[in-house]
Write a protein that binds this ligand. Structure first.
Ligand code: NAP
Ligand code: HSE
Length: 431
């Protein structure tokens, strides 16, 4: 008879329910891999009277976290409640009580990872968090283990399914942002309050976690520049296509001469780039390493079973360690302290869309401001004319963001310029 390792589950929502389902369905094969059964003995929820069905209905529910955190039989705690508090407090308490922790919580990991790692190290227990970035896609394990021999130069990821769904639909249907957002909410892809997704905050937390691992230096959520997709219009997507690009919301982290860039914003990427064909709610992470070259990880970045897949994978790793009385704590590998570049210091190509008065000398005036700020234009196309107005689309050469923004603030004040409709960074690929 195999013994069992007792597990406490904090949260029985989408992910918690998925974890119970996977553990139930694959109970025997998981036990064979671990050498012991994994038994979830208690489950914390907020409201015990909430209507539930399936696996959560049959679990031993409690609303008192201490029922789990003070239970000496429980060796592993899975945190899938979400939010910062009280999740962070419960994770810390579990670690201090000598329990290993598996979490899917990007909010906590992106802001307080270091404190949690230090606590886990002091207590000699594991802390794993694969599900916190890109749901079911294995990316934290590969970065910390299989790719650990590389110097990672760059990570670019589609790491938010909701915004990828919206941009893909806008591209396929030619629809506007708000129309597709409403459709995504009807289909249950976008939350009732979609701010964290559409403003790039969810992706910013994820890229902070990936950048910290890739560059061995702490990058936290507030370090990441985040700009969302709410300003992307159907015209921007049409022009992108005409120019050979696709618009994606990317998390980008790269290291240059010992400095780290970490940012989330819409990007024009060449339609031939592997990320350009990642559509709908799918996620993908593209990595450039000095030994591996280019590698891409693709799959489902959210959802009950895909996310549970990552949580249960971590659970199995922790349980195996317990059985071998060893710990391979996925510690913070932040042994360096690299400066994080402010967004004004990054260098990129840019797409610009402006509405201007259609009269002689207007383009020359704009070009002169750009020239004075050392912004070099790669192409200028007058796209549409309506009444006495013209729409102009420009692509710049690579330029420092500060120069571009300074030029734009002067251009905005020109009497001939009606509106700067959009400014989108262009990922140029190898140049
Ligand atoms: P969810 O469906 O809202 O479930 C949250 C669960 O936690 C519920 O069972 C809730 O109890 C419980 N809970 C919340 N606050 C609590 C509190 N203060 N005390 C006790 N119980 C509390 O959330 P989810 O979608 O499963 O997400 C969980 C975590 O996984 C989050 O960190 C999220 O970012 C991460 N994640 C989710 C996905 C995904 O696809 N959903 C993907 C990747 C990562 P009640 O049931 O009583 O309300
Ligand atoms: N809301 C996220 C997304 C999933 O749309 O990708 C959870 O991280």
């Amino acid at each position: 008879m195999m013994e069992s390792i007792k597990v406490g589950l904090l949260g029985c929502g989408t992910v918690g329910g998925g974890v119970l389902k996977v553990l139930e369905k694959n109970r025997q094969s998981i036990a064979s891999k671990v050498g012991t059964y994994l038994e979830v003995t208690k489950v914390l929820v907020k409201d015990k009277n909430k209507k539930r069905n399936g696996v959560c209905l049959h679990a031993t529910l409690t609303t008192d976290p201490d029922d789990i955190l003070n239970d000496h039989e429980i060796q592993i705690v899975i945190e899938v409640m979400g939010g910062i508090e009280p999740a962070k407090e419960y994770i810390l308490k579990a670690l201090r009580q000598g329990k290993s922790v598996v979490t899917a919580n990007k909010d906590v990991m992106a802001a307080y990872g270091k404190e949690l790692f230090n606590t886990a190290a002091t207590a000699n227990v594991d802390l794993r968090f694969e599900a916190s970035v890109a749901g079911g896609i294995p990316i934290i394990g590969p970065l910390k283990e299989s790719l650990a021999g590389n110097q990672i130069n760059k990570i670019m990821g589609i790491i938010n399914g909701t915004t990828n769904f919206i941009l893909s639909k806008m591209s396929k249907q030619g629809s506007d942002f708000h129309e597709v957002l409403a459709e995504a909410q009807r289909l249950g892809y976008a939350e009732a309050d979609p701010t964290a997704d559409i403003e790039g905050l969810d992706a910013a937390r994820k890229i902070a976690i990936l950048a910290s691992i890739a560059f061995n230096s702490r990058v936290t959520f507030p370090d990441v520049f985040a700009e969302g997709i709410s300003k992307i219009s159907a015209s921007d997507i049409t022009y992108a296509k005409e120019l050979g690009y696709v618009v994606k919301l990317l998390g980008i982290a790269q290291e240059n001469q010992g400095e780290v860039e970490a940012r989330v914003h819409p990007v024009f990427i060449p339609s031939s780039h592997p990320l350009a064909n990642v559509d709908d709610v799918y996620n993908a992470i593209y990595i450039e390493g000095d030994a591996v070259g280019d590698a891409m990880f693709f799959g489902r970045g959210a959802g009950e079973l895909p996310t549970a897949s990552a949580v249960v994978g971590d659970l199995i790793a922790v349980a195996k360690n317990i059985n071998k009385s060893s710990f391979d704590r996925t510690y913070c590998t932040c042994f360096e302290h690299k400066r994080i570049k402010p967004i004004r210091e990054i260098v990129s190509k840019y797409y610009l869309r402006l509405t201007v008065k259609d009269r002689p000398g207007v383009l020359a005036g704009i070009a002169s401001v750009f020239g004075n700020q050392e912004v070099s234009l790669a192409s200028v196309i007058q796209k549409r004319r309506q009444d006495d107005l013209a729409e102009i689309v420009m692509i710049t050469h690579r330029v420092k963001e500060a120069n571009l923004q300074d030029a734009l603030s002067i251009i905005k004040g020109l009497s001939s310029v009606v509106e700067i409709n959009n400014v989108i960074r262009v990922e140029a690929g190898a140049e």
